[in-house]
Design a protein around this ligand. Structure first.
Ligand SMILES: Nc1ncnc2c1ncn2[C@@H]1O[C@H](COP(=O)(O)OP(=O)(O)O)[C@@H](O)[C@H]1O
Ligand SMILES: [Mg+2]
Length: 231
C-alpha cells in the first residue's frame, strides 16, 4: 500500500531580517490510510510548522512533501488549493471561527470552496446531522461569538469534518477544554476517523490525548526524535 503522505528530508527555515530560525530539520516520515497520529514536543519544537506544511498552508524550504505520490512542489497554487479543500479538514488552535456569523454559516465556509457544492437543502441536512452528533444542534442559528469555549471547539470540529475530509489536522484542539469535554472531543474525532477511514493527525501537549492515537511523533528543536507505534 502506498503511503498517503510522504515527508522526505523536509526542512523549514524562517527568515526575519537577519534572524534565521530552523523550525524543521531534515524530517522524514510517511503516513498510511487510516492512521491516527499524535505530534508532541515542547513549545517551539516545530509542531505547528509541520501541520502547516502537511495541510499545504506553507511549503518546505528543502526536501519533498508528496500527497498520494504527487510531489506538492510541482503543483500550481490552484491545484494545491483544490487539493487542500478536497482532502484536508483543519481544526486550528484558536478555532478560527467568525464571531458575527451564525454556527451554521461558520460551518458552511468550507462548502463554499468545495467543487461539489451541495444545494441549500442538502447542505442544511448535512450541517444538522453533524451538529446533532456533536450535541449542539440547538445552537445552529446562534452567533458563534455567543458560545462557550467548549461549544466553539465543537463548531470548529463540525466545520473541519463537514466536507468529509480524508485527512484531519488538529493543532492542540483540546487545550481550552476541561477533562470531560476533552475526552468527549477526542472520542468524537476518533469515531469520525473510524467511520470514514480518514487519517487523524493531532498536535497535543496532553499525554492522555496522545495515548489514544495509534502512533506518536516527537519533535525536539525541529528534529523528529521519536516515531513509535503506541501500544
Ligand atoms: N512565521 C514565522 N516566522 C518566523 N519564525 C517562526 C514563524 N512561525 C514559527 N516560527 C518559529 O519556528 C519555531 C517553531 O515554531 P512552531 O512550529 O510554531 O512550534 P510549536 O508549534 O511546536 O510550538 C519557533 O522557534 C518559532 O518561533
Ligand atoms: Mg504550535
Amino acid at each position: 500500500m502506498e503511503p498517503v503522505l510522504t515527508v522526505e528530508n523536509v526542512s523549514k527555515t524562517y527568515t526575519k531580517g537577519k534572524t534565521r530560525t530552523e523550525a524543521l530539520k531534515k524530517v522524514s516520515f510517511s503516513v498510511n490510510e487510516g492512521e491516527t497520529i499524535a505530534v508532541i514536543g515542547e513549545s517551539g519544537a516545530g509542531k505547528s510548522t509541520l501541520l502547516n506544511l502537511l495541510g499545504l498552508i506553507d511549503e518546505p524550504s528543502e526536501g519533498t512533501y508528496s500527497v498520494r505520490g504527487k510531489d506538492t512542489s510541482l503543483m500550481s497554487d490552484k491545484d494545491k488549493a483544490l487539493l487542500r479543500n478536497k482532502e484536508f479538514g483543519f481544526i486550528l488552535q484558536e478555532y478560527g471561527l467568525v464571531d458575527y456569523l451564525t454556527v451554521e454559516e461558520n460551518i458552511s465556509i468550507p462548502l463554499e470552496y468545495s467543487d461539489e457544492k451541495p444545494d441549500r437543502k442538502k447542505r442544511g441536512k448535512r450541517i444538522q446531522s453533524i451538529l446533532e452528533t456533536l450535541g449542539i444542534k440547538d445552537k445552529m442559528k446562534e452567533q458563534a461569538g455567543m458560545l462557550s469555549g467548549g461549544q466553539r471547539q465543537r463548531v470548529a470540529i463540525a466545520r473541519a469534518l463537514i466536507n468529509n475530509p480524508g485527512i484531519v489536522l488538529a493543532d492542540e484542539p483540546t487545550s481550552a477544554l476541561d477533562e470531560k469535554t476533552k475526552s468527549e472531543m477526542i472520542e468524537m474525532l476518533l469515531r469520525f476517523q473510524k467511520e470514514s477511514g480518514s487519517m487523524l493527525i493531532v498536535v497535543t501537549h496532553d499525554s492522555a490525548v496522545a495515548e489514544r492515537m495509534g502512533r506518536t511523533l516527537r519533535f525536539e528543536n525541529g528534529t523528529l526524535t521519536e516515531d513509535v507505534k503506541n501500544a
